[in-house]
Design a protein around this ligand. Structure first.
Ligand code: NAD
Ligand code: UDX
Length: 476
């Protein structure tokens, strides 16, 4: 498939201007001023948002992102809806579109829906000219590169008498950034992984990264290892969180403290101290989706035991979230009907406006189901997003109406606590660590409860304010 092509990469197109495509290309543009970057998306509103003057309204919130957009946009970084021309004019194309879990058909609930990736491949096949390196940035099931290659090859065969008949190389270059620290992660990655067959194409992508990443950190693998390594990394990280959350439950029953247990095991070099914070269960767009994908692949390749092992990580996470909702109800005398409960934080973690798979969604739904009145605070998340998230998936109009009348949203902490029976902390926003509990207690109903699922409040101050306190994993 490769055609000898020694020319340098000067134009790069990224298809998909989301949480990965946007920040990744912003950092690439900052690090490679000699290359022009074109980020395209079918969602015209998103492109408009990336292009607007008010940098506070970019579609993605990430610390440091706005300043880099200001520096590069209009110089060597362009956000555009012109997919056709930007594909045609680029030497390298990153596919960074969404790969959600399938909701229907074969593999529903587990397998990745590759329709967006396939559409991209078809767009590239149709519009590319000359030699183009296609880079999988999206997280994909093992052997997806084969599908992309087939689509590109078939399209080549159908282009007749075209002097610009394109040729392609396909590489896998999965992204490991975490939301909330994406700019740092992209600037100083632990490693860059490039899988592929063509040495020349791999070298070209390496040359781009070498502008700021030391060569020793650039790992070259075969394409299937690269695809599988991405799924495996997310599965291992999520597994640590389910493991520590399972032990948190045991701590609560035995008088142990999860922070002490985490510290004690984390000092073991072989275990390491990162990703041992107990919380309300992992959220985010990747962990659940990628593990379920692994589960599907394992079953597909005849390994049901492997599938069951990984599926249990997701089951533990779901059990853990329901466990938190249940104990809130129990502590509030077994009923929360008509009670006002303040929810602090809706994002799946701090420093992002992303709510996908946030633990707050399930926990709020559980509490609404029990009849609570919620006042939800988040400093960054958009109220409309919460509206979408709190709709029941079965589209039951009566339940949805009932839910929508039972919660309200605010991005200011001023009125959140008045007459509240309980405060539930679900995201570790720094402003929640400095709450004046003595003052807050005066506004709340008695006995007032604080449920800290992120271990961020000062327990002494909460107790001194005569509030009752539950903390995750704290059995002391
Ligand atoms: P996203 O939903 O934020 O963005 C995807 C974008 O692709 C959307 O704006 C959508 O409109 C656009 N798109 C879809 N089909 C298109 C097409 N045919 N042409 C043009 N645009 C199209 O998703 P994301 O969070 O950026 O994730 C993208 C991929 O990266 C996924 O595979 C995900 O698993 C992976 N990933 C995500 C993260 C993360 O932290 N979010 C980290 C690593 C990897
Ligand atoms: C994850 C991976 O970390 C990243 O490498 C991959 O590219 C995308 O998926 P992300 O989902 O953005 O990144 O955030 P991450 O920091 O991994 O947190 C995921 C969830 O786990 C969050 O809900 C977070 O609150 C939770 N978490 C994380 C814990 O509960 N405890 C921890 O110790 C760490």
């Amino acid at each position: 498939m490769t055609k000898e092509n020694k020319s340098k990469i000067t134009k790069i197109c990224c298809i998909g201007a989301g949480y990965v495509g946007g920040p990744t290309m912003v950092v690439f543009a900052d690090k490679c001023p000699h290359i022009n970057f074109y980020v395209v998306d079918i969602n015209e509103k998103k492109i408009e948002a990336w292009n607007q003057d008010d940098l506070k309204k970019l579609p993605v919130y990430e610390p440091g992102l706005d300043q880099l957009v200001k520096k590069c946009r209009g110089n060597n970084l362009f956000f555009s809806s012109d997919i056709e021309n930007n594909i045609a004019n680029s030497d390298m194309i990153f596919i960074s579109v969404n790969t959600p879990t399938k909701t229907r058909g074969i593999g529903a609930g587990k397998a990745s829906n590759l329709m967006y990736v396939e559409k991209c491949a078809r767009q590239v096949a149709m519009y590319a000219k000359n030699h183009t390196i296609v880079v999988e940035k999206s997280t994909l099931p093992v052997r997806t590169a084969e599908v992309i290659k087939t689509i590109l090859e078939e399209a080549q065969d159908s282009i007749q008498n075209n002097p610009n008949k394109p040729t392609f190389d396909v590489l896998s270059n999965p992204e490991f950034l975490s939301e909330g620290s994406a700019i740092k992660d992209l600037n100083v990655p632990d490693r860059v992984l490039i899988g592929g067959e063509s040495e020349e194409a791999i070298n070209k992508l390496c040359e781009i990264y070498k502008n700021w990443v030391p060569e020793v950190k650039i790992l070259r693998t075969n394409i299937w290892s690269s695809e599988l390594a991405k799924l495996t990394a997310n599965a291992f990280l999520a597994q640590r969180i389910s493991s520590i959350n399972s032990i948190a439950a045991l701590c609560e029953s035995t008088g142990a403290d999860i922070r002490e247990v985490s510290r004690a095991i984390g000092t073991d070099n072989r275990i390491g101290s990162k990703f041992l914070d107990s919380g309300p269960g992992f959220g985010g767009s990747c962990f659940k989706k990628d593990i379920l994908n692994l589960v599907y692949l394992s079953k597909h390749f005849g390994l049901p035991e492997v599938a069951a092992f990984w599926e249990s990580v997701v089951e533990m996470n779901s059990w853990h979230q329901h466990r938190i909702s249940k104990l809130i109800v129990q502590k509030l005398f077994g009923t929360i009907t008509g009670k006002k409960i303040a929810i602090l934080g809706f994002a799946f973690k701090a420093n992002t406006n992303d709510t996908r798979e946030s633990a707050a969604i399930q926990i709020c739904k559980d509490l609404l189901e029990e009849g609570a009145n919620l006042i939800i605070h988040d400093p960054i998340v958009d109220e409309n997003q919460i509206k979408i998230d709190l709709k029941t998936s079965n589209n039951n109009q009566k339940t949805n109406l009932q839910f929508s009348n039972s919660w309200s949203f605010t991005n200011s902490l001023d009125n959140v606590f008045i007459e509240a029976h309980a405060v539930v902390i679900l995201t570790e926003w720094s402003e929640y660590s400095n709450i004046d509990w003595v003052n807050i207690a005066k506004m709340m109903k008695k006995p007032g409860w604080v449920f800290d699922s992120r271990l961020i409040v000062n327990s002494k101050k909460v107790l001194e304010a005569n509030l009752k306190l539950w903390r995750i994993g704290d059995g002391t």
